[in-house]
Design a protein around this ligand. Structure first.
Ligand SMILES: O=P(O)(O)OC[C@H]1O[C@@H](O)[C@H](O)[C@@H](O)[C@@H]1O
Length: 226
């Protein structure tokens, strides 16, 4: 019998919005409402192409088409995220199959981390609201990096925090910017077809595309970095 205790460690790095929770429609509606309140034009397609999965600093600069000062960014971000949390709070639940999948990964001693573009207030809302925090060895949010996705910094920081080299990390993502961040970090990426369709995700470079976590096994994911 091979001794599995000597198996090299690998890590699963999870995006938060659109992956741990299936909440894209609520972010879209919150952004449209926020933009309207500020008399800024914004469409759903513009959101999907230019905002989805990105840190607030980049999203706000896009919406207002100008640089946003650090003080203004805090106020505007919390205004938008308060709208989102109000809309999504009654629906807050883990993505289908997530809890069983996280439990199976933990049983196999896989290192687990979150790498999200969200501000800390939304991480508290989601990870403590459900609660999911106890599953993870590290959590990296927008306040902990200089550059947001598609830059690889968020996922490289998460890998570093769990002590696993990038080549042995699998990223779970739903957003174009996030998939690119994982690939730029030298990691394998599994795309969740929550925000975008399978067809839209087909040419992104993701190794696998799934609808939700019920379609995944630990073995199938491990095989990507084995
Ligand atoms: O997908 P991630 O990295 O968890 O991204 C979080 C961000 O995702 C964007 O799509 C939302 O519009 C933001 O408001 C949110 O903060």
């Amino acid at each position: 019998m091979p001794d599995s205790s000597f198996a090299p460690t690998w890590a699963a790095l999870f995006d938060m919005d659109g992956v741990l929770i299936d909440n894209s429609d609520f972010h879209i509606n919150a952004w449209l409402q926020f933009a309207q309140q500020h008399n800024r034009p914004l469409t759903k397609d513009q959101y999907l192409e230019n905002i989805n999965g990105r840190v607030s600093a980049d999203a706000m600069a896009y919406v207002f088409q100008r640089p946003i000062s650090p003080g203004e960014l805090i106020v505007l971000t919390e205004e938008k995220e308060a709208i989102y949390r109000e809309l999504y709070r009654p629906h807050l639940q883990p993505a289908p199959g997530l809890l069983d999948f996280l439990t199976a990964l933990k049983t196999q001693h896989v290192k687990l981390a979150v790498g999200t573009s969200a501000p800390e207030s939304n991480v508290l809302f989601t990870l403590d609201g459900l609660p999911l925090r106890p599953y993870f060895d590290a959590i990296v949010d927008a306040s902990m990096v200089h550059k947001g996705k598609p830059d690889p910094e968020i996922y490289l920081t998460a890998a570093n925090r769990v002590g696993v080299e990038p080549a042995r990390c699998v990223v779970f993502e739903d957003a174009f910017a996030g998939i690119e961040a994982g690939l730029q970090a030298g990691m394998k990426v599994i795309a969740l077809a929550t925000t975008h369709t399978r067809d839209e995700l087909a040419d992104t470079g993701a190794s696998l595309i799934v609808e939700d976590f019920t379609q995944l096994t630990v073995e199938a994911v491990h095989a990507l970095v084995g």
